[in-house]
Design a protein around this ligand. Structure first.
Ligand SMILES: Cc1cc2nc3c(=O)[nH]c(=O)nc-3n(C[C@H](O)[C@H](O)[C@H](O)COP(=O)(O)OP(=O)(O)OC[C@H]3O[C@@H](n4cnc5c(N)ncnc54)[C@H](O)[C@@H]3O)c2cc1C
Length: 400
C-alpha cells in the first residue's frame, strides 16, 4: 500500500528514538518534516531502555537478519546524526557482550543458542573461563559451565541520539514541537489524513508517521487503524555516576544468583552511571522500589566488585512498545493510506534500519516488501479473539 508521488509535508508523531530517526531520514530526503511530541522528546520508552544493540537475542532468522542489518548500520547512522560525525556525541560504544551460565542445564541452552547463531553466520563464539576473565578483567565471574562472547554488539545512549536528531532537524529548518499532543486526524472520504488535531489547532499534512510508542495503538485507532499491542513493563535501575568500570566489554549478562532468581544484565552509560536489569530483553518487571534497586545493585556487585560503595537509584517502570506478536509493525495502513505506522520493540537496535526503510517507502512510493513484508499492519486486520490470543507474544500479560 503506497501513496503516489513524493509527499512534501510530513508530520511524524512521537519523538522517541524511532520517530526522531525517521524524521531525520525524511529531512535528508528533502521532505518538510514536523516532528511532534506530547511530552519531552526522548522521555518515552527510549529513556527506560537498556539500549543494547544486538541481533543475538532475536529469532527467527528473518527477524535476526533485520536486527543484524540495523546493527551493522549503526556506525554510519551515528556519524550522520552526531555532532561533526562524532560517534561519542550519541554515546555509541562497541566492544561486544559476554554472557555465561553456572547451571549445567542453562549452559546447554547457551551452547545450543551459540551454535544456532553460528549456523546463521553471526560472529558469536564460546569462550572458556580464562578467556572470559581476560576479555573483561573487572568481572568476578565465579563458576562457569558455559560462556559466550559476541564481539560485534554494543550500546548507545537513546537520549543523545534523539537530541542529535533534533539538532540536525532544526539546523535544516524543520520544526520540532514538544509538549503538543496529537489528539485526532482529519480524514477525507478515502481515509487519507489531511490534517492533525493538536492542542494549538490543526495542521495540514500530505502524510503522517505514527511513531508514538505504546500510544500508537490508541492514536492509530482514531484513524480507524488496528495496531494491537501487548503490555510489557520493564525495570532497569541506575547507579550514581562512577569512574569507568568495564574496560573492554560494555554489555554483560551474568547468571542468576540462587534458585528462583533471574540473570542480571548491566552496562555503563556515557555519563558513568551503571544500568542494571534482570532477566532477558523482554522480561516483565514492575518492581521499581528502592528495595528492589538495592537488591539488583547487590547482585551486580557480586560480579563487578568495583561497584562497591555505589548508590542504587530506582527508575520507574518503563513500558516497552510491544506489538501484539512481538515483531515490528511498519508500513502504510489500508484504512488510512497515507498514514505510516512505525511501532517496534528493540527500537534502539532497529532505529537505523527501520528509519531508512520507512523514509524510502514514504519518499519513493516503492514498498520494501522483501524486508518489511512480514511486518505490515495489515496482518492484524480481521483477527478473531482466538486468533488474537494465538498471535499474542508469549510474554504478554494482557492486551493494551
Ligand atoms: C526496560 C526496557 C529495556 C529495553 N531494552 C532495550 C535494549 O536493550 N535494546 C533495544 O534495542 N531496545 C530496548 N528496549 C526497547 C526500546 O527502548 C524501544 O523499542 C524504543 O525506545 C521505542 O522507541 P519509540 O521511539 O518507538 O517509542 P518512545 O521512546 O516511547 O517514543 C514515543 C513518543 O511518542 C510520544 N507520543 C505518544 N503519544 C503521542 C501523541 N498523541 N501526540 C504526540 N506525541 C505522542 C511520546 O511522548 C514519546 O516521546 C527496551 C525498552 C524498555 C522499556
Amino acid at each position: 500500500m503506497v501513496i503516489p508521488g513524493k509527499p512534501q509535508n510530513v508530520a511524524v508523531i512521537g519523538a522517541g528514538i524511532l520517530g526522531a530517526s525517521i524524521a531525520w531520514r525524511l529531512a535528508q530526503r528533502g521532505i518538510r518534516v514536523t516532528l511532534i511530541d506530547k511530552g519531552q522528546p526522548g522521555h518515552g520508552a527510549s529513556s527506560h531502555s537498556f539500549a543494547w544493540i544486538n541481533a543475538g537475542a532475536k529469532q527467527p532468522i528473518g527477524y535476526h537478519n533485520l536486527n543484524r542489518r540495523s546493527l551493522e548500520m549503526w556506525r554510519r547512522f551515528a556519524a550522520g546524526i552526531g555532532d561533526d560525525g562524532d560517534l561519542d556525541s550519541v554515546g555509541l560504544r562497541w566492544g561486544g557482550k559476554v554472557s555465561w551460565e553456572s547451571d549445567p542445564v542453562a549452559a546447554e541452552a547457551l551452547v545450543a543458542r551459540v551454535r544456532q547463531l553460528q549456523s546463521w553466520g553471526y560472529p558469536t563464539r564460546l569462550v572458556d573461563a580464562d578467556e572470559l576473565e581476560r576479555l573483561e578483567p573487572a568481572l568476578e565471574i565465579g563458576p562457569v559451565a558455559a560462556a559466550e562472547y559476541s564481539p560485534n554488539e554494543g550500546q548507545v545512549e537513546p537520549q543523545m541520539v534523539v537530541d542529535a536528531c533534533l539538532r540536525r532537524l532544526r539546523e535544516i529548518g524543520c520544526e520540532v514541537i514538544a509538549g503538543a499532543e496529537v489528539h485526532g486526524f482529519e480524514q477525507d472520504d478515502d481515509g487519507r489524513v489531511r490534517g492533525l488535531a493538536i492542542a494549538s489547532g490543526s495542521r495540514d499534512v500530505d502524510a503522517v508517521v505514527v511513531a508514538a510508542g505504546t500510544e500508537t495503538t490508541r492514536l492509530a485507532a482514531l484513524a480507524g487503524v488496528n495496531v494491537p499491542q501487548a503490555e510489557s513493563p520493564g525495570v532497569v535501575i541506575r547507579t550514581d555516576p562512577l569512574q569507568p568500570l568495564l574496560s573492554n566489554v560494555p554489555v554483560v549478562y551474568a547468571p542468576p544468583l540462587g534458585d528462583g532468581r533471574r540473570e542480571i544484565h548491566l552496562r555503563q552509560c556515557a555519563d558513568g552511571r551503571l544500568m542494571i536489569g534482570e532477566g532477558d530483553q523482554e522480561s516483565l518487571a514492575e518492581d521499581d522500589s528502592q528495595d528492589h534497586a538495592d537488591d539488583l545493585l547487590t547482585r551486580a556487585c557480586h560480579y563487578l566488585p568495583g561497584l562497591a560503595g555505589a548508590r542504587a537509584v530506582p527508575v520507574p517502570v518503563g513500558w516497552r512498545p510491544m506489538p501484539l506478536d512481538g515483531y515490528p509493525v511498519m508500513g502504510f495502513a489500508s484504512e488510512a493510506p497515507n498514514l505510516y505506522v512505525a511501532l517496534t520493540h528493540s527500537g534502539v537496535t532497529l532505529a537505523p534500519a527501520l528509519s531508512q526503510l520507512a523514509a524510502q517507502e514514504i519518499c519513493d512510493g516503492m514498498p520494501a516488501d522483501a524486508v518489511l513484508g512480514p511486518y505490515r499492519p495489515q496482518r492484524f486486520a480481521g483477527l478473531t479473539p482466538d486468533e488474537v490470543a494465538a498471535a499474542t507474544h508469549p510474554r504478554a500479560t494482557r492486551l493494551r
